[in-house]
Design a protein around this ligand. Structure first.
Ligand SMILES: Cc1cc2nc3c(=O)[nH]c(=O)nc-3n(C[C@H](O)[C@H](O)[C@H](O)COP(=O)(O)OP(=O)(O)OC[C@H]3O[C@@H](n4cnc5c(N)ncnc54)[C@H](O)[C@@H]3O)c2cc1C
Length: 430
């Protein structure tokens, strides 16, 4: 099998808490549960299952937090992309409201988990601002505000000078703010989840790619280069890095690349002028701009991109973007660049699958996986611990290949170019 290419280390590697020492799987073992993928989803599931007393083996091709979870913007965004009405139409009267509740509660679920286990990950829950990038996007924000506040989300409007003061930017005239949003140091969050899961008895094996899965006397055997795990349950938590280990899973999502850069260390005045109350900021662009401070002395800024290495074209896009939102910064102020893969689904909602008895997969957060991966990990553990699929918050669905999956690279490239042009036309005509 070919492992994903190594990528530029993210800025988070410079400030994260140390990783736990990691071993690869070198023997044949039996455990109650095998989890594949040590990102936020797999680590949360491992923690809950180990806490419940099950024997858990967690395998990662690399190490905890190596995937998107250790490279993300770390924004906790407790909101889906669509209005509640649409989600209820998509999922029906049982699962629709449950999915909405999962989103609405996801911010508090994550911050409560951090408090409960004293996870050392620079957590700040000071709200998430979402700015309208053009006049027509204000209508979308109004619809989202109406629908989600009716559903219990604490979401309000910020406008004009107040918005400019709280964001430190003149790029937006109208925005919503979700109070339960916030941010974390995501690699620290991943490593801290690994630490507490290990303390509860979960065994975490790094550099241990799952190569194949085979039935083994009413159980499942996962084969790695130097070892095997046999267990009753296998959980696939591989999101944007899903490979062909479980036939058909990779085709259910399209990996999108998100890229980020961080500024040089800022002076106190520069730092205090941006997001002075510690909010995070993103916007309504189709090719989103998002940013936050690191809670020390830098600003992180991201968007969608084409290469996990954050190639020259991606860097130019980031230069233009940061200069648009914060004109005081240009290319010369950006220090470290990196990228990673997130998973996009056709319904723009997460997927839960149970393709055979004992096999589960949870993925497809469409760029909102910091909070929703935390939720999904818990839901996967609930299923293993005996909850029936019909009682879970997320519907269990069959694998369905993403339309034209084989051509997704070309499709994503063309879509980004096209939507970028539309975003820029929007701002010119507003
Ligand atoms: C640059 C960037 C910025 C983002 N910003 C935000 C944000 O601000 N807010 C937000 O909510 N979301 C954001 N996202 C999305 C979010 O990070 C992801 O949705 C979330 O981290 C997914 O977590 P996960 O645990 O499901 O998957 P990942 O963290 O991607 O972990 C998957 C793991 O599976 C492992 N793996 C894959 N195949 C195998 C195999 N065969 N055997 C063993 N291991 C395997 C990989 O090594 C990897 O460690 C961002 C994503 C990126 C890339």
């Amino acid at each position: 099998m070919s492992l994903p290419q190594s990528t530029n280390p993210s800025f988070w590697t410079q400030t994260a808490v140390p990783a736990q020492p990691g071993n690869s799987l070198q023997e044949e073992i039996r455990r109650d549960v095998t989890i594949i993928g040590a990102g936020i989803t797999g680590l949360r599931a491992a923690l809950e299952l180990a806490k419940a007393g099950l024997n858990v083996a967690l395998l990662d091709s690399h190490e905890p937090g190596w995937g998107a979870s250790g490279r993300t913007g770390g924004q906790v965004n407790p909101l889906a992309h669509a209005v509640p009405e649409k989600i209820i139409t998509q999922l029906g009267d049982t699962y629709g409201p449950r999915m909405l509740e999962s989103y609405v509660n996801s911010g508090n679920e994550l911050f409560n988990l951090i408090n409960e286990y004293k996870l050392d990950c620079d957590a700040v829950q000071n709200g998430w601002i979402r700015g309208a990038h053009c006049n027509s996007a204000i209508k979308d924000l109004e619809e989202m505000h109406k629908g989600w506040s009716e559903f219990g989300l604490d979401i309000s409007f910020l406008e004009g000078e107040e918005l400019q003061r709280v964001s430190g930017s003149n790029a937006y005239q109208t925005a919503t703010v979700v109070k339960s949003g916030g941010c974390i140091q995501p690699l620290s969050y991943s490593r801290e989840l690994a630490r507490v899961a290990s303390q509860h008895g979960a065994e975490i094996y790094s550099q241990s790619p799952a190569l194949s899965i085979t039935p083994a006397d009413k159980q499942w055997q996962i084969n790695t280069p130097k070892g095997k795990v046999t267990s009753d349950w296998v959980l696939f938590c591989t999101n944007g890095y899903t490979d062909n280990t479980l036939k058909g899973l990779k085709q259910t999502i399209v990996p999108l690349i998100s890229v980020q850069a961080v500024t040089r260390p800022l002076t106190d005045d520069e730092y205090d002028a941006i997001l002075p109350q510690g909010h995070t900021l993103s916007d309504t662009r189709r090719v989103i701009y998002y940013c936050r401070k690191d809670n020390k002395n830098r600003l992180l800024f991201g968007s969608l991109g084409m290469s996990e290495q954050c190639n020259n074209a991606d860097r130019k896009r980031l230069h233009k973007a940061i200069n648009h939102v914060f004109p005081q910064f240009s290319a010369a102020d950006l220090d470290v660049y990196w990228g990673g893969r997130l998973a996009f689904t056709p319904e723009v909602l997460p997927h839960l699958h149970e393709p055979a008895p004992g096999i589960l997969a949870g993925l497809g957060y469409n760029g909102r996986g910091v909070a929703m991966g935390t939720v999904m990990g818990r839901i996967l553990s609930e299923r293993v611990l005996g909850k029936a699929p019909e009682d879970l918050a997320i519907p269990t669905t069959n694998f369905k290949a993403f339309p034209f999956h084989g051509m997704h690279k070309l499709g994503v490239y063309s879509a980004i170019k096209y939507y970028e042009m539309r975003d820029s036309m929007d701002t010119r005509t507003s």
